[in-house]
Ligand binder design. Structure first.
Ligand code: BDR
Ligand code: CA
Length: 309
């Protein structure tokens, strides 16, 4: 099987950590690099969380630090959901390894440009700050990237405001740069990620899997689940791992072509992804938006991912 070369761009967070676990040993994925942005927490914290997970699971992919905040806006983190560390719950015994020298947007631009066109897939599970900066560094990226698979946005309701999903809300200017660039985007938004929620029963079953990944999974998901129940009154959605599942097995998602624009002005709607499936404005489609997921197949993939460690 030929593996897909992937750069995973994260703001590690609880569900980002699970995305790293799934991508780290998926036989369909060649994990070329992990790039980190601020989002769920500040950059030093999301970087530390990323390095902790990689060190604990012996994922030796190079890790690059990127943007300390959105391209224009002030950073608003998510401590109520992900805690003060950004990954409250698991205790990491060993000292984490270090990030590479160099900057995430530069690594992204150089890696994509130095490989054959359309052979690198970008998977972004946080605000799009690093990818937008990479595009500003190297505009030709838009025609060289195979696909950008992004967890973010929503055709329906938001989760941080009634209109906006967290990753879109945190850096809407970056999202707007991306959707205006011509880069082929697969948007895995709340429309599908909220169909894969972690019940207490499922958490107990997955926690019984032997090995270090399920130990980290159990400790972090217990905390994430408690926070989601307390703050939003719902079991947590496995937002970010959906992107990795898509790259590995696209067939478990149904996609619909759409025109996606990002609201930058609205007093109540800033950060909303305005999804027009009819592309009625005459400007054509610029994204494929996930509209359905086979949740049982997703859970089977997540379980297989944890068993690989
Ligand atoms: C997104 O927001 C973050 O808190 C999660 O990690 C996920 O990427 C869901 O809206
Ligand atoms: Ca995330």
């Amino acid at each position: 099987m030929s593996r897909r070369a992937v750069i995973l761009d994260v703001d590690t967070g609880h569900d980002d950590a699970v995305a790293i676990m799934m991508a780290g040993r998926d036989p369909a994925i060649e994990l070329v690099g992990i790039t980190v942005t601020a989002g769920n927490q500040t950059l030093p914290k999301t970087l530390r969380n990323t390095l902790n997970v990689c060190t604990a699971l012996s994922i030796d992919t190079p890790v690059y630090a990127g943007m300390h905040g959105p391209v224009l806006a002030e950073l608003e983190t998510a401590p109520l959901i992900h805690g003060e560390s950004g990954l409250d719950g698991p205790v990491f015994a060993s000292v984490p390894r270090r990030a590479e020298l160099g900057y995430a947007p530069v690594f992204i631009a150089e890696t994509v440009m130095s490989r054959p066109a359309r052979t690198v897939t970008l998977v972004a599970t946080g605000p799009l700050s690093n990818i937008a900066m990479a595009l500003r560094l190297e505009p030709a990226l838009a025609s060289r990237v195979g696909e950008l698979v992004w967890m973010g946005g929503s055709a329906g309701r938001g989760n941080v405001t009634p209109s906006a999903e967290f990753n879109a809300y945190t850096d809407p200017e970056a999202a707007s740069i991306i959707f205006s660039s011509g880069i082929p985007v697969v948007m895995i938004g709340l429309d599908v990620t909220t169909s894969v929620t972690l019940t207490g029963e499922r958490l107990s079953a997955l926690s019984r899997i032997p090995g270090p990944a399920s130990e980290i999974f159990a400790a972090s998901m217990e905390r994430y689940r408690a926070a989601c129940l307390r703050v939003i009154g719902e079991s947590p959605a496995m937002h970010d791992p959906c992107c990795v599942a898509y790259v590995s097995a696209p067939g478990i998602f149904a996609l619909a072509r759409a025109r996606v624009d990002v609201e930058l002005q609205g007093r109540h709607t800033r950060g909303r992804t305005v999804v027009d499936f009819a592309a009625a404005g005459g400007r054509g489609h610029n994204a494929a938006v996930a509209v359905k997921v086979d949740a049982e197949r997703f859970w089977a993939m997540l379980e297989a991912g944890l068993r690989r460690y």
